[in-house]
Design a protein around this ligand. Structure first.
Ligand code: SAH
Length: 385
């Protein structure tokens, strides 16, 4: 089944929503901010009159407009820095076309509802600059639903494409993974035969190549992309630093329901996460083979499983164990907001989500009481030939 039919972040703004549980992704965006700033400044140096920006996999929640804010902040700072703004920076001459992309099932309406406030803030920041003669901002935000593994935008309409925390989702479960191959697991694991790893790696390479080919049509020559997503530093996909442990613990939580007889083992084993965390070599290989872009920089950074939020190991009366328990719950909420739709579509009503994520939180807490696990994120900056 195509991932686009089963994947969406939890909607709305209740306790299990993505909007309330996307702090890690927000933190990732803040870490890559300097790279985004640098990239926007390089594009501005060529002074496009109509600046086309796309955020791929924008989701719905507090992070959805962060990229636009970051881009606008850079432009505002640059505008304030120039004592005599060049012609392109003056009223009515510079316009911004911003395209927010995600899958068809994304909650775009919630983003639209937050736009009036966003436009107001923009108008205040820019006062007389970058607004039209009627005082309306020359900022045109639109939504473009569809999969980024394919064409989304008109030819040569973009100067900058960005994506954060999205490209680790594959377009489909890799073909050829059958139940008997990966007993008790839902992703690559230490016990997986090598063909499971190869199937995942090949699906990623195919998808990423299609992604680059599609963007190559849409981005002007000299245009740029900044992409960040889950990855790993080493070639082995089952080291501690690789995100595989998250799926391993989720599989363990699912297997407790099998032991109790409430779900069938076959049902767990036929679920395969449509996800892949690549290593830098794999990324570089695809970029070089596809050939439309040149990699400007490629870096890896670490981020705590729980985002490191509210953690102060010296705080009185808070033991390591209680810290691990609250971190476990936070991690479980983050993961639930992302994977619940997929689990629901595979397991149906037999799977009690509250109970599953309670057990998952306990497994994560146990893990975190023994070691401070981290995710690895890769960020790659690319220039269109
Ligand atoms: N960028 C946001 C959201 C990350 S969540 C942030 O940093 O918080 C990942 C998003 O990628 C989800 O909303 C999911 O629907 C979207 N996504 C996954 N596969 C996609 C695809 N093939 N095309 C477009 N969006 C996709």
């Amino acid at each position: 089944m195509e991932v686009e039919q089963i994947l969406h972040m939890n909607k709305g703004d209740d306790e299990t929503s993505y909007a309330k549980n996307s702090k890690i992704q927000c933190k990732i965006l803040s870490i890559t901010k300097p790279i985004i700033e640098e990239t926007v400044l390089k594009i501005l140096a060529h002074m496009p009159k109509s600046f086309g920006v796309a955020d791929l996999g924008c989701s719905s929640g507090p992070n959805s407009l962060l990229l636009v804010s970051e881009v606008m902040d850079v432009i505002h700072a640059e505008y304030s820095r120039l004592s005599e703004p060049s012609l392109q920076f003056q009223s009515s001459t510079l316009e911004f076309r911003v395209f927010l992309n995600d899958l068809f099932s994304n909650d775009f309406n919630t983003i639209f509802m937050s736009l009036p406030e966003f436009y107001d803030k923009f108008k205040q920041d820019f006062k007389n600059s970058i607004t039209s003669d009627e005082g309306r901002p020359n900022l045109f935000i639109s939504a473009v639903p569809g999969s980024f593994y394919g064409r989304l935008f008109p030819t040569k309409s973009l100067h900058f494409a960005h994506s954060s925390s999205s490209l680790h989702w594959l377009s489909q479960v890799p073909p050829g993974l059958d139940t008997a191959l990966n007993k008790g697991k839902i992703y690559i694991s230490k016990s997986s035969p090598v063909c499971v790893f190869e199937a995942y790696s090949q699906q990623f390479q195919k998808d990423f190549s299609v992604f680059l080919k599609s963007r190559a049509e849409e981005i002007v020559s000299g245009g740029r992309m900044v992409l960040s997503f889950m990855g790993r530093r080493c070639s082995d996909p089952t080291t501690e630093e690789s995100c595989y442990l998250q799926w391993e613990l989720l599989a363990q939580a699912l297997m407790t329901f099998v032991l109790e007889g409430s779900i069938e083992e076959e049902k767990v084993e036929s679920f395969h996460a449509p996800y892949y965390a690549p290593c830098p070599e794999e990324l570089n290989l695809v970029v070089q083979k596809e050939g439309s872009f040149v990699a400007d920089r490629l870096e890896a950074f670490e981020i705590d499983w729980d985002g490191g939020a509210d953690l102060d190991e010296n705080t009185d009366n808070i033991t390591k164990e209680t810290i691990a328990i609250s971190s476990g719950e936070r991690v479980a909420k983050t993961i639930r907001a992302v994977v619940e739709s997929m689990l629901e579509s595979h397991f149906g009503e037999d799977l009690m989500m509250d109970a599953l994520f309670q057990r998952y939180a306990e497994l994560v807490s146990d893990r975190l009481s023994k070691s401070r696990n981290k995710y690895i994120n890769l960020v790659i900056s690319l220039i269109k030939n």
